[in-house]
Design a protein around this ligand. Sequence first.
Ligand SMILES: [Zn+2]
Ligand SMILES: [Zn+2]
Ligand SMILES: [Zn+2]
Length: 167
Amino acid sequence: MPDGRQLAPRGIPARFSESAASFSRPTDDIMILKYTIGNLEPGDFYAKLRGGVVLLDKAERMKMTDMLQKMGLDVVGARKALDCNNLQHCIRCHQNYWERDNWLTSCQPRHAEPRPVLTKNGHHVGNEYTCCRKTYAVNVVLPAVCLNRHTTRPEFGFDDGIQRNCC
Ligand SMILES: [Zn+2]
Ligand SMILES: [Zn+2]
Ligand SMILES: [Zn+2]
């Protein structure tokens, strides 16, 4: 755990003192965070942040929750999800689910057949899944399933014209 002293801004080194008169430089602690985050691929950052939660002790996890809330993330929604004891039924994949287990990749029904995307001249340049409204270039491997959150809301159901009956 870093203590308060490590986070305190350091004095400006002598070699910067002349230019420091004309502009104010962010403190080293801000620069270190911005440089580190600014040099990570967003997906890498997300994976490290999510995977790293288990490496923290309880006090660190509580601190992290406070930090994320301060940075504008919805922590209150997670609390509500934890407290929700209604088993719900997803209108897309027709599985029952608990909201506490509902993430961006939890719902994985098979796609309907993709619709070819053609140019004006009839060249096949992509494939569109109307089920989840995603388009892929012709030269990429198409994922077998739609990835999404489970939902109970009909307005987020599939609009590809294929009847998927509720069980
Ligand atoms: Zn799909
Ligand atoms: Zn689902
Ligand atoms: Zn169903």
